[in-house]
Write a protein of this length. Structure first.
Length: 239
């Protein structure tokens, strides 16, 4: 039995929590578990691997394995040459950290990773699954995302894909969302009048589920103030 914990931020009581989970597994199944922590944080010095205490006549020590993803920054070539799909997970995570304030670099790195999915000869479904993970982790500003989509679509066309490509599927899904945005903006304009640019941008940034919620709510709107109030209540600025 294996217990794996993925931790993205340092916590003082993380070792105790790992012990608590292992103890619950033992209590439930009466079998020990191999405990492994995957540390995804950015603090190179935080490396918990044990929990214990030492009292008079009572001592206890619990140790667990760790994988620090940050250590793979200097092992990039090894990751690129690996045929293990988890290598893409690690690369996407590290690139996302390294390009936090460099959207153009993130776009380039994202495209390189997607291209390698094809170059390694992975199966169609594996490509789609990993593409979706990379797409979810390495989020880009809308304009750069559109550029990446066009580059990727051209890349797949150049390779003369015979099946419905990942890019076409993702593009279709995004097209549905964009179509909802256009329709919703038109309905809002008829309902409350001309929309200021800042409101249009906030609406265009909404995910599909919030677009649907707004579409239901606008039936009760009578003016711009209602739209303002809905956005303030449901979509804090900065999202």
């Amino acid at each position: 039995m294996i217990h794996v914990e993925v931790q993205g931020t340092p916590e003082d009581d993380f070792g105790e929590r790992m012990f608590s989970y292992a103890l619950r597994i033992y209590d439930s199944y009466r079998k020990p578990a191999i405990s492994l922590a995957i540390l995804c944080d950015t603090d190179s010095f935080w490396r918990p691997n044990q929990f214990g205490y030492d009292y008079p006549d009572t001592q206890f020590s619990f140790q667990f394995g760790t994988v620090k993803l940050l250590d793979y920054v200097n092992r990039w070539e090894e990751l690129e040459q690996s045929d293990n799909p988890f290598a893409y997970v690690v690369m996407a995570h590290l690139l996302n950290q390294q390009t936090a304030k460099q959207p153009q670099e993130r776009k380039s790195g994202k495209f390189r990773m997607i291209r390698r999915l094809y170059e390694q000869g992975l199966q169609e479904q594996d490509i789609r699954n990993l593409y979706r993970f990379i797409d979810w982790v390495m989020i880009l500003p809308k304009a750069l995302e559109s550029q990446l989509w066009q580059d990727f679509k051209q890349f797949e066309q150049d390779r003369s894909m015979t099946y419905i490509t990942t890019g076409e599927r993702i593009g279709y899904e995004r097209g549905i969302e964009e179509g909802q945005q256009i329709l919703l903006l038109r309905l809002l304009q008829r309902r409350v009048g001309n929309l200021p640019q800042d409101l249009r941008e906030r609406i265009e940034s909404l995910p599909l589920n919030q677009l649907e919620n707004l579409g239901e709510a606008l039936l009760d709107f009578t003016g711009l103030e209602d739209l303002h109030n809905w956005l303030e209540a449901n979509v804090p600025k900065g999202e």
